[in-house]
Design a protein around this ligand. Structure first.
Ligand code: C2E
Ligand code: CA
Ligand code: CA
Length: 853
């Protein structure tokens, strides 16, 4: 077809000379045969050939006169327009013209008449069946031998197919241009021929940059060789679909593409090139890789993974979870995770976890889970909620890591930190915690609790005698027995050695409370057989009750401890309730003690002296030193205000020695001044019994070699003397060897037996002032005084009457045979500096002279 078209187009003159041969006859001549050189044929033969060409042509070959009357009409024309030669020859062509193109004919005829020709003029004609036919028309003038234009030859070709093809091609072009895929064509030698915008977008190169370049530059080294093999296959007509390959983009990135490569053929079917359609699948690949990774993590991770659907049914678990839980996969799938709940969590647990997940999208926590065999294991559970794009819950993914060993270790450590290793009872730390909780509990419920401080009696002795092993076993047994005697709400803890603290909840009335404490006390004292030894121990229990004792936890413990101390003091194996009043007193005592100590440092204590006289002779034979506190605010304080508070405190000894030293110094001072008088100093039982008392006394006396030791007298209370008479006698004897003199104070109040009195190596007895004061009015007192005086005479002791408040008492004492006295009736205790004047000026009442005997 193309050949024919070109031949006719180029050799218009040849066509013009074929006027006579334009018949309707059709002769079949192979198209290729038309290549034969026409000049080699005779004139007739030539005509035959033309005729054959015209008749065999698919094109419409028509001739007409200059007025448009058809003179020849070949089979091609009949084919194209539907009319036969008979129908058309002699008629005008105008019937074929659409209305709007009617003037085309006259326009064309005008051109022909002007000797012009029209080549490949695309227009439209009407087929006999009324349909429009697209044609390409070439028209040339036909001249006679004179060269006059006598008609026109017209070759019309149906170009509907071509137009369709063109339309299709432009559609293809649009598709290619608008495709997101890279569409590239290449020649068979691998050079790029076309490059669509998709290719530009994916690979980064513009068409102008790459067209003409070998495609290999886009391929990484490993892929280059493959390309050669690929082209070989394509050259054989194979099509290769969805081949994944790697391409290097302009920016250096390597991307993965899925490529379909097809051969391109020309019209004859010959392969003239290769087309490649490539799609960037890097993202998909990445997603696939990620998915693979996820899948491998899912399978290989040590953590158990459980996936449930939105309804909470298990849809997938990994092997680790099967290993951890001990279940088979098919036993789990479709089930609810509640099946793994340990009995350590109550049934609402899963629900509460789910609520957290639904509210926050996630949950993390340590929970107890249950294995198939029923055993519990601790796990760290992480749950995440997975939603789809619309926000609807799709899945729940739970990660389960078994932390049992960790937890066990932790629990062990916690246990060690909170429990006593020997008895496994809560230790002090846990006790403090429990006590605080218990206090909060009873406060909320308006109840009371008791804190018992319990100390085993003479436990040290058992340890010493039977060894620590036995001691330990005793502690364990006793602790078990005590726990057994308590209710399960109560706590017993060991806070050290043989000390325990019990916290009893909701103790009710004090009687009930005491009953509970007694049960514990009895539990303690049950005999225990250890290593063949039947041991029995008791306990001293101090108890305080909260909130009656409204203090904090630490103070409650201290109060119970204090009460326990009282129980020990009171003879052990008993329960002592903490006494808040007592506590206050102790507190005040502590305050007083520190202020006494301070006052002592400030020299606020002084000695006053009260004269002791011989009423009958009217002489002063001695002075009693009596301590006074010259308090800056409260004035002169008497010994009763402070001495009782320093008992058993080191101040008792400081002050005791100080009194003796002050008395001694005073003797020396007056001795120097020419006044030689003895001074008696009161000595407390505790001071007297200090191991080094006699030694220190000797040292003091040595400081005053000029002073006869007989000038110092020590007064000891009758009760003191009697307390531990053997040792007191010993001290007195030692001190007497130093030359010191002794008297028994407040005689008559200590109920000394005659035997004791006889053994006591003292020089003087002082009748207690309480008897003397009421001597005249109270008959009993009179008898006692009378008896005491008689006793003193009988044992050869001097006797001093204290509390002589008036002359009459003095008279009476004289009458009873007691000449020595002291009392307000004679002189009140006074500061040292007043003593010399007093002695000089004192005159006894005249009636005392010559009384009695
Ligand atoms: P005491 O040894 O029996 O001392 C006599 C107490 O009786 C003194 O009280 C004195 O002031 C008081 N007194 C003397 N005559 C009369 C009287 O006619 N009527 C009345 N109602 N009372 C009289 P003071 O000084 O308050 O001493 C009380 C106690 O304090 C002393 O009793 C003594 O046991 C103790 N004491 C005083 N000074 C010391 C001291 O330095 N060391 C020790 N350990 N005890 C001392
Ligand atoms: Ca005294
Ligand atoms: Ca006295």
């Amino acid at each position: 077809m193309k050949f024919m078209e070109r031949t006719c187009g180029r050799n218009t003159s040849v066509c013009a000379g074929a006027k006579n041969v334009l018949t309707g006859e059709k002769t079949v001549v192979p198209v290729s045969d038309t290549k034969i050189s026409l000049t080699a044929l005779s004139s007739d033969d030539r005509n035959e050939h033309f005729k054959a060409i015209v008749n065999s042509s698919d094109d419409a070959i028509i001739s007409k006169t200059v007025t448009g009357v058809v003179t020849s009409w070949n089979a091609g024309a009949q084919n194209l327009f539907g009319y036969s030669a008979e129908e058309m020859i002699g008629n005008n062509m105008l019937a074929l013209f659409p209305k709007d193109r009617a003037e085309e004919e006259s326009f064309i005829l005008d051109l022909i008449l002007a000797g012009e020709r029209v080549d490949h003029f695309d227009t439209v004609r009407i087929h006999k069946n009324g349909k429009l036919v697209e044609v390409s028309v070439s028209i040339s003038p036909i001249r006679n031998v004179q060269g006059e234009i006598v008609g026109a030859s017209k070759i019309a070709r149906d170009i509907s197919d071509r137009k369709r093809l063109e339309a299709m091609q432009s559609q293809f072009k649009v598709i290619v241009e608008s495709s997101d895929d890279a569409i590239v064509s290449m020649s068979l030698d691998g050079k790029i021929v076309s490059w669509n915008p998709g290719a530009e977008a994916i690979f980064g190169y513009s068409a102008s940059e790459v067209i003409g370049l070998p495609v290999l530059f886009l391929l990484p080294p490993g892929v280059k060789e493959e390309e050669g093999q690929l082209i070989e296959k394509l050259a054989k007509g194979e099509k290769i679909e969805h081949l994944e390959s790697v391409i290097i983009c302009k920016d250096g990135r390597q991307i993965v593409v899925s490529m379909t490569t097809s051969p391109i053929r020309d019209v004859s079917g010959k392969i003239i090139g290769v087309s490649k359609i490539a799609r960037d699948i890097t993202a998909r690949k990445l997603a696939e890789t990620r998915l693979l990774l996820t899948a491998s993590v899912f399978t290989n991770t040590n953590e158990g993974i459980v996936i449930t659907d939105d309804q909470g049914h298990i849809v997938e678990v990994n092997n680790s979870f099967l290993r951890i839980s001990g279940y088979e996969r098919q036993e789990i799938l479709g089930q609810n995770p509640d099946m793994f709940r340990s009995s350590r969590h109550d049934p609402s647990f899963i629900r509460s976890v789910l609520e957290v997940v639904l509210a926050t999208g996630t949950f993390q926590g340590e929970v107890w889970s249950r294995k198939k065999d029923g055993s519990a294991y601790a796990c760290l559970l992480t749950i995440n909620m997975i939603k789809d794009e619309t926000g609807a819950v799709q899945h729940f993914v739970s990660l389960v890591s078994d932390i049992t060993p960790l937890r066990e270790k932790q629990e062990q450590m916690e246990h060690l930190a909170h429990f006593d290793a020997l008895t496994d009872l809560p230790n002090r730390i846990l006790l403090a915690d429990r006590l605080r909780q218990a206090m909060a509990h009873v406060t909320r419920h308006r109840q009371s609790l008791a804190v018992l401080y319990l100390d085993l009696d003479f436990f040290k002795e058992i340890n010493d005698k039977y060894g620590h092993d036995t001691g330990d076993r005793l502690l364990v047994t006793v602790s078990h027995r005590m726990t057994g005697a308590m209710r399960h709400v109560d706590t017993l803890s060991r806070i050290g050695g043989d000390e325990f603290v019990a916290v009893l909840l909701d103790v009710g009335t004090p009687v009930e409370c005491n009953h509970l404490a007694e049960r514990i006390l009895h539990a303690c004292s049950e005999p225990v057989l250890i290593n063949g030894n039947l041991l029995q121990i008791s306990a001293s229990i101090g108890m305080t009750i909260y909130p009656q004792d409204a203090v904090d936890a630490d103070q409650l413990m201290r109060h119970a401890d204090r009460a326990m101390y009282e129980a020990k003091q009171a003879g052990r194996n008993r329960i002592t309730l903490f006494d808040a009043d007592l506590e206050n007193e102790i507190k005040n005592r502590a305050q007083l003690l520190s202020s006494i100590e301070e006052a002592f440092g400030n020299n606020e204590f002084v000695m006053y002296y009260q004269p002791k006289v011989n009423m009958r002779l009217g002489t002063v034979f001695g002075l009693e030193g009596l301590i006074r506190w010259l308090h800056p605010q409260r004035g002169i304080l008497l010994p009763d205000d402070f001495l009782p508070h320093i008992e058993h405190h080191h101040m008792e000894f400081f002050m005791g020695y100080w009194a003796i030293e002050t008395g001694m110094a005073q003797i020396a001072q007056w001795h120097e001044a020419g006044l030689s008088i003895s001074i008696s100093i009161n000595v407390s039982a505790n001071l007297l019994q200090l191991p080094d008392f006699e030694q220190r006394l000797g040292a003091l006396l040595n400081q005053y070699p000029d002073i006869g030791p007989g000038m110092l007298e020590l007064e000891i209370l009758e009760s003191t003397a009697m307390h531990d008479i053997t040792s007191v006698i010993e001290v007195i004897r030692k001190c007497q060897q130093l030359g010191v003199v002794f008297s028994v104070d407040d005689f008559g109040t200590g109920y000394s037996s005659l035997t004791c009195l006889r053994r006591l190596p003292v020089e003087t007895l002082k009748i207690d002032q309480s008897f003397v004061r009421d001597l005249l009015s109270d008959h009993d007192d009179y008898s006692i005084v009378q008896g005491v005086i008689a006793l003193a005479h009988a044992f050869g002791r001097k006797i001093v009457g204290e509390g002589v408040e008036n002359i009459e008492i003095g008279e009476e004492l004289l009458d009873l045979g007691c000449d020595l006295a002291q009392g307000f009736g004679i002189a009140r205790p006074m500061p040292a500096d007043q003593i010399p004047d007093w002695i000089t000026s004192w005159t006894p009442p005249p009636c005392w002279k010559h009384r009695g005997i």
